[in-house]
Design a binder for this molecule. Structure first.
Ligand code: NAD
Ligand code: MG
Length: 385
């Protein structure tokens, strides 16, 4: 029986994870869970999964939750300390890290330092602090399993092969809702249009990241740290059907890929149960019905965020943390109607240009760079409207 902590239980990944746990009660037990503000769903989850410890963002919400659950309430804590307590609970074997954004960094790091294995959905953690996270993983001897579908595909395509035989990783990307939109029209697209992803159902932030393709940029950086390969050996293919989840090309020209329907339950379950595979109640992949799979080069003019991410990765140090934080501010500003879609990459670029990157030695530097970038990006928004 694997004992789990779920960070971000009310999100898209959190809910899919709990579905898997509910279908396999003999394999998993939920020790702790955390959520931001969705108290209604959290309350249902507490009743259903009976965790020992729960964390919410605000102390006031902890009180509301306690009184509405009454005698059935588990221990309920709040704030960053609460997140850390859930991630580090003594009974926890594995932490599913599925908070959105850099907010996931501290609890994920705390879990690693406490010797917990990690199932990582929160890619922003590796983007902001990849070298420090991977150092801690090695130092503590914990295992870190990718939940992101592309990285799960690469992880699976590397199994049984020698790392030194790898020529490159090929990340696939759907291209999002604006792959074929005229460039001139992109200036006017609305948040609702950007949130309508053609293949995947996901949280708001990653849906906007998919529309700008910053998601793929963040995933290139994530892959760099998970698989220890430089940017030059990580390519991107646009693959609108989202069936080939990613590939590894070997020195002899062989390409090994993992395929499946676009449903996050498959990579989540593999991270939770590795090396076993759990039976999942999903429709099979029907290649004959699909008929055609297509691939194309990404258009770097349309998707400026891709170049920004590669540049930040090459610059290294604090640059990716600044890229990530500026992106989080930009996405929020776009969703609030403060900036246009095409101003997302412009804002990130302007923030990066004002940043002097330093080599990463300590997590505090990441937190400082993240705070600086948020302030700077907001300043740029305020002074340019
Ligand atoms: P989501 O917005 O649906 O859920 C986020 C969760 O984090 C919620 O439980 C929310 O309450 C919590 N949360 C948000 N802000 C918080 C904060 N400041 N402190 C504490 N908790 C907070 O997001 P999601 O789509 O489930 O994505 C979660 C992570 O997984 C992201 O890093 C995303 O990039 C990654 N991911 C998601 C998918 C997907 O299909 N949704 C696929 C691959 C990777
Ligand atoms: Mg992905």
């Amino acid at each position: 029986m694997k004992q789990l902590a779920i960070l971000g239980s009310t999100g898209s990944i959190g809910v899919s994870t709990l579905d898997i746990v509910a279908a396999h009660p003999d394999q998993f037990r939920i020790v702790s869970m955390t959520a931001g503000r969705n108290l209604q769903l959290l309350q249902q989850q507490i009743r259903r999964f009976n965790p020992r410890l729960v964390a919410v963002l605000n102390p006031a919400d902890a009180d509301v939750l306690k009184s509405s659950l009454g005698a059935a309430a588990p221990e309920i804590v709040s704030g960053i300390e609460g997140l850390i307590a859930c991630a580090c609970h003594a009974d926890v074997d594995m932490v599913l890290s599925a908070i959105v954004g850099a907010a996931g960094l501290i609890p994920t790091m705390a879990a690693i330092e406490n010797g917990k294995d990690i199932a990582l959905a929160n890619k922003e953690t590796l983007v902001s602090a990849g070298s420090l996270v991977m150092d801690a993983v090695a130092r503590k001897g914990v295992r870190l399993f990718p939940v992101d579908s592309e990285h799960s595909a690469i992880f699976q395509s590397l199994e049984g092969h020698r790392r030194r035989d790898v020529r490159r990783l090929i990340l696939t990307a759907s291209g999002g809702p604006f792959r074929n939109r005229a460039l001139a029209e992109l200036q006017r697209v609305t948040p609702a249009e950007a949130l309508a992803h053609p293949n995947w159902s996901m949280g708001q932030k990653i849906s906007i990241d998919s529309a700008t393709m910053m998601n793929k940029g963040l995933e290139v950086i994530e892959a760099r740290w998970l698989f220890d390969l430089p940017a030059e050996q990580i390519s991107i293919h646009i693959h609108p059907q989202s069936v080939v989840h990613s590939m590894v090309e070997y020195l002899d020209g062989s390409v090994i890929a993992q395929l499946g329907i676009p449903d996050m339950k498959t990579p989540i379950a593999y991270a939770l149960s590795y090396p076993e595979r759990l039976p999942l109640d999903l429709p099979p992949l029907d290649l004959c019905r699909l008929g055609t799979l297509t691939f194309e080069e990404p258009d770097l003019q349309r998707f400026a965020c891709l170049s920004l991410a590669y540049d930040a990765l090459r610059e290294g140090g604090t640059a990716p943390a600044v890229l990530n934080a500026a992106n989080e501010v930009a996405v929020e500003a776009f969703l609030n109607g403060q900036i246009s879609f095409l101003n997302i990459p412009k804002l990130i670029r302007a923030t990066l240009e004002n940043h002097q990157a330093t080599p990463l030695e300590h997590i505090d530097q990441v937190l400082r760079a993240d705070r600086w970038a948020r302030t700077e990006a907001r300043r740029i928004i305020d002074t340019s409207v």
